[in-house]
Write a protein that binds this ligand. Sequence first.
Ligand code: ATP
Length: 321
Amino acid sequence: MTNSGIPPFLSLQQATVHFSTGTGTGTSRQALNGITLDIRQGEFVALVGPNGSGKSTLASVMLGLCPLSRGNCMLQEGALLRGVLQQPDTQVLGDTIEEELALTRAHLGESAEQLESLREAALRKVGLRLPADTPFSALSGGQRQLVNLALALSLRPSGLLLDEATAMLDPHIREQVLAVVATAHREGMTVIWITHRMEEAAAADRIIALEAGKIAFDGTPEAFFYGSGVESTQLVTVPAAGSSAAVQSRGTSEDADGSGANSPDPQSACERLALELPFVVQTVRALRRRGLSVSGRPLFPEQLAVSLRASVPAGTGGASR
Ligand SMILES: Nc1ncnc2c1ncn2[C@@H]1O[C@H](COP(=O)(O)OP(=O)(O)OP(=O)(O)O)[C@@H](O)[C@H]1O
């Protein structure tokens, strides 16, 4: 249960997964190590971490595709979590859009007319206009992913889990996928977004970072990228308590006024995990290193513009040539 008494959308308790890697003793790999977390209905959670940290294994556990060696995973009663994976081809069974939709919704016993109207609505949602008998093989990789997303949404799931769903897409289609997911989230859908792109993670309500199968960070994007987040005690890369680095990792990047404008930025969880900071955060750090005051913890270009405007004393804003 959450503090509000409403059961979480998804709850993991000590979720642990060992994969067997051979037949002898000691031939297993621990992909997840005691993950405990709750995700609330309607949250937008970005799941990040270095290669091999356990993100896809956690995704499979959440989708009910990977059994736990220990612990448990509970989905809210009546909730439906639908996955959209990096390779749409691995999820598609039908030869055409029409066939795939019929297969996706076979258990609902709908008429041909109902399926047609659903198909049109689903494709419209992702901005595609394609004949129903278009073979998947005739679609580009980006179109396939959009169709895959449309089919997932056509089931009206209460949650969507996207595992590197934009990794193979060109920037235009990636933006389209992000916009469709953002709209679904605004309409109340829970979103779990696995990504290596920190710009995408910055748009989430909450970032959970994994390292070596454990939760290394769980907090806001601002805290993840700028420091001062609530770090998990499971953080495996933090040096022993008492070392200067450990103290620094739990320090705050904010000044007394909360702006963070003039303090040196401590190393953030994002940097410690060797993940690339979003471009805007890199820019803020570079400006501060050069002695420029930038207020707040902007994550997006528009926020940076506001921060810079707020930081420049009145009358000194215009550059003269
Ligand atoms: N089927 C499997 N059999 C054995 N080991 C596995 C299997 N699947 C994953 N692993 C191991 O579990 C660990 C976590 O893998 P996982 O794919 O979940 O990480 P990831 O964070 O998604 O990585 P990436 O970012 O590279 O996709 C890795 O050490 C991986 O080698």
